[in-house]
Write a protein that binds this ligand. Sequence first.
Ligand code: GFB
Length: 310
Amino acid sequence: MNKNSKIYIAGHNGLVGSAIVRALKEAGYSNLLTKPRSDLDLTSYVEVEKFFTSEKPEYIFLAAAKVGGIFANDKYPADFIKDNILIQTNIIDNAYKSKAKKLLFLGSSCIYPKLALQPIREEYFMTGALEPTNEPYAIAKIAGIIMCQSYSKQYGMDAISVMPTNLYGENDNFDLESSHVLPAMIRKFDDAKKNNLKEVVLWGTGSPKREFLHVDDLASACVFLMNNYSSPKIINIGTGEDLSILELANIVKECVGYKGQIVWDSSKPDGTPRKLLDISKIKSLGWSPKIRLTDGIKRTYKWYKENVSL
Ligand code: GFB
């Protein structure tokens, strides 16, 4: 990308898209293209086609998606598969038709088999059954990856697919029904602290292990890969380190300053037992994460206090 290349960030108001916009601006890219949902419905092929025909972006970060935590994925499976397939199909096809130079598609670590060997290497893609709680979302993301690979094979399109681990940070969704675990913990501990509650209820058993990447690290990886990686093969983005949900709960509790008890509601699902990415491929290209988990959580909590829990 040149500093004046026309770059479209799809999903610029979300956790990932907003971080990519920040990273691009900081790096001096000045010709950024964004469209709010009210002006462009990405699930409409006709609207997306019109937009690409008139704007002709050169580079596309495909960060628009319907996302959510374990409960939302399980409760709204039809929305997760339909919206994601529509959005990504419309954008990838129109990026090809309008002769864009390159597209970066954001997948997810849940595309790997539920019981994949750990840490998960890119080669484990499509080698086993998926985690049932997020299968429709994972299948949509798998379709996006295969679509990028197919457009690359049939048309020579430069479309890369990156697989981020679990993300968190500024602009996350803190709604307790639809959020991921980390923002949910921030909200639950903060609410309990404010209201002097004796206990906080968390879901599952606390034993599953997850890896958490601050979204600013993800954004720096995406900009790096747009400039340094061209291959139909998928590539992981993570920290290479994981911890149990119980350990995470204790760190978030400490950062928020909550003194009460944690109670585990084991009637709620645990999901995949472990999800840790092998990041040797992206490291060998010259990228590494920078934000330590406790620092990232403190930053996110500060943002939450200033923007959500006023
Ligand atoms: O972040 P999370 O919703 O998604 O849950 P996944 C991670 C773990 O935290 C699960 C536990 O074991 C949850 O049971 N957990 C404990 C909680 N308390 C809470 C809580 O209050 N809220 C939430 N949300 N979880 C998602 C997929 O899976 O990961 C998506 O559903 C996506 O498709 C995303 O791939 C990255 O890591 O289990």
